[in-house]
Design a protein around this ligand. Structure first.
Ligand code: HEM
Length: 438
C-alpha cells in the first residue's frame, strides 16, 4: 500500500534525502542522528519501500500505536529475513490468523505450566554449573557469550520438546539446532539450513501422534489446543511454524540478555556483591524453588536494567492500516512505524544518567513513578512478547544458581563495540575468568 499524503496532513519533520531503516549497524547509528536532529517523531522518505516511515520515540505515541489504537497497526517492514526463517509463525503473522494462533498458544504460557517447566531449567543450569565448577577451580577463562547461547538453546528445546529432544540427539548423534549458536548471522545460508530442519519437527509431531507423551511441554500444549470457534486443532504446517518461531524467539533473546547481564555485573562489583547477598539470604542450598524466585527482587531488577540498556530487540516496526494521528502529526494509512527500545530506554527526558547501570531504577516505587511505556523490552499491547514471563523466571533462575557459587571477572573485550543486527549483540564475545565464591 503506498501512502497518499493529503495537502492538509501535518507531517513531522525529517531529512529531505531518502532514508530507510533496517536491522543493521548503519541504521542503528542513523537512528541516533535522526533523534538528535528531529526529536521524538520524524518522517523518513523511502528509497526502496512504497511508503514513508515515521521514527517514533515518545512513550505517549508508542502507547497509542501499540495499545490504544493497536487495531490500526499490522507488523511492519524490517523482518524480511526473520519471515524467511520463521514461516508464518506468530511473530510475523497478522490479523485473524495471528489472533487465532495467539489464542491457541497463550494457555501454554500460563504460570502453572511454566512452574512445571522449571525442573528442566534447573537441570540445564546444574549441568552448566558442574562444568563451571571444574573450570572455576582452575580459574579458567570461558566464552560467556557462547555459553549463554548454548544454555538458552538447550533450555528452549527442552521445554518445547521434552524427551523428544534427547531422542533426536541420540538418533542424529548431534543437536541439529546448534547451527543457531554457531552462526549468529541470519543470512540466507542460515535461513536455508534452518528451514531444512522442519522435517525433524514433522518427525517429532508424527512420533507424538503415534506415542502420546505425558506431561506438558510447549509442543504438547500446542498440539492439544483447538480453535474455539471451529473446534479445529493446528495443522502440521502451523505447528511447525510455531515451533520454529519459538526456538528462534526464545533462544537468542534470553541468551543475549544473560550475556549482557554478566557483562554488566562483571563491571559493577558492588551490584554483583548485592546479588550474592540476596541469593545467600534467600535460604536455598544450590537451587531456589520456583516460589523462592519472588524473594529475589534484585535479580529481577538487574535483568530489567540489563534489558533497558541492551534490549535484544532494539528495533521493531508496525504499519498503519488507516489514517491515524499522534499528537499534532498525521499518520497516513500505509506509513511504516519504527520503534527503537534501545533509544527509548535512554531517552534523556525520562531517564536520569541513562548510560549508568542502576538496577534500583526498577524497584516497585520507581516503576510506579515513571511513564509505563518508557521501558518496553518485550514490546506492549496485544503483540507483547508471549514468552516474557518464561524468559524472566528462566533468567532469574540462572542468575541465582550461578551467583550462589561462581564469581566472574571480565577479561575481554576491554572496550565494547555493539553489533546491532536482528538482535543487539556485542561485536566480540565476552571472555570471563571463573572462580569459586569463597
Ligand atoms: C529476554 C527475552 C526476550 C525478549 C527481550 C523478547 C522480546 C520480544 C519482543 C520485543 C517482541 C514483540 C515484537 C513486536 O512487538 O513486534 C516479542 C514477541 C514474541 N516473543 Fe519474545 N522476547 C524474549 C523471550 C522470548 C521467549 C523466551 C519466547 C518463547 C518461549 C518468546 C516468544 C515470543 C513470541 C512467540 C512473540 C510473538 C508474540 C505475538 O506476536 O503475538 N520470546 N518478544
Amino acid at each position: 500500500m503506498s501512502v497518499t499524503v493529503k495537502e492538509s496532513y501535518q507531517m513531522p519533520p525529517g531529512p529531505a534525502d531518502k532514508c530507510d531503516l533496517h536491522t543493521t549497524e548503519e541504521s542503528f547509528y542513523r537512528v541516533a542522528d535522526l533523534l538528535q536532529e528531529y526529536g521524538d517523531v520524524s518522517c523518513l522518505h523511502s528509497a526502496i519501500r512504497q511508503s514513508d516511515s515515521y521514527l517514533v520515540n515518545h512513550p505517549d505515541y508508542i502507547k497509542h500505536i501499540l495499545v490504544n489504537n493497536h487495531q490500526n497497526y499490522n507488523k511492519g517492514p524490517g523482518f524480511e529475513r526473520v519471515k524467511m526463517l520463521l514461516g508464518n509463525g506468530i511473530i510475523v503473522s497478522d490479523g485473524v490468523f495471528w489472533r487465532r494462533q495467539r489464542r491457541m498458544i497463550q494457555p501454554g504460557f500460563s504460570r502453572q505450566i511454566i512452574a512445571g517447566m522449571m525442573d528442566e531449567v534447573k537441570a540445564c543450569n546444574r549441568r552448566l554449573l558442574e562444568r563451571w565448577r571444574q573450570k572455576a577451580k582452575n580459574n579458567e577463562v570461558v566464552d560467556i557469550t557462547e555459553e549463554m547461547s548454548e544454555l538458552s538453546l538447550e533450555i528452549i528445546l527442552r521445554v518445547l520438546l521434552a524427551a523428544d529432544y534427547d531422542r533426536i540427539l541420540e538418533e542424529l548423534g548431534e543437536n541439529p539446532f546448534a547451527i543457531l549458536t554457531q552462526d549468529p548471522s541470519r543470512d540466507m545460508k542460515l535461513v536455508l539450513k534452518y528451514r531444512a530442519l522442519t522435517g525433524i519437527i514433522q518427525g517429532i509431531i508424527d512420533h507424538r501422534r503415534a506415542h502420546p507423551v505425558e506431561g506438558e511441554d510447549f509442543l504438547s500444549s500446542f498440539m492439544a489446543a483447538v480453535d474455539k470457534d471451529t473446534g479445529e486443532p493446528m495443522t502440521d504446517k502451523e505447528l511447525i511454524d510455531e515451533v520454529m518461531t519459538l526456538i528462534v524467539a526464545g533462544h537468542e533473546t534470553s541468551a543475549g540478555t544473560l550475556n549482557w547481564a554478566w557483562y554488566l555485573l562483571a563491571q559493577h562489583p558492588a551490584e554483583m556483591q548485592e546479588l550474592c547477598d540476596e541469593v545467600d539470604a534467600a535460604g536455598f542450598a544450590d537451587v531456589p524453588a520456583f516460589e523462592q524466585l519472588e524473594k529475589l527482587p534484585l535479580a529481577r531488577q538487574i535483568l530489567d536494567e540489563t534489558l533497558r540498556l541492551y534490549p535484544p530487540v532494539w528495533l521493531f516496526t508496525r504499519k498503519a492500516i488507516h489514517d491515524d494521528k499522534i499528537g499534532p502529526h498525521d499518520i497516513p494509512a500505509g506509513t511504516n512505524i519504527f520503534i527503537t527500545p534501545y533509544y527509548l530506554h535512554r531517552h534523556p527526558d525520562f531517564w536520569q544518567a541513562p548510560e549508568a547501570f542502576r538496577p534500583e531504577r526498577f524497584t516497585d516505587e520507581a516503576i510506579k513513578a515513571r511513564h509505563k511505556f518508557v521501558h518496553i523490552p518485550f514490546s506492549a499491547g496485544p503483540r507483547r512478547c508471549i514468552g516474557d514471563y518464561f524468559a524472566m523466571v528462566e533468567m532469574q533462575m540462572h542468575l541465582a544458581m550461578v551467583a550462589k557459587q561462581i564469581s566472574l571477572e571480565l577479561i575481554s573485550p576491554q572496550t565494547l563495540a555493539l553489533a546491532p543486527d536482528v538482535n543487539l549483540r556485542s561485536k566480540q564475545p565476552f571472555e570471563m575468568r571463573l572462580s569459586l565464591r569463597p
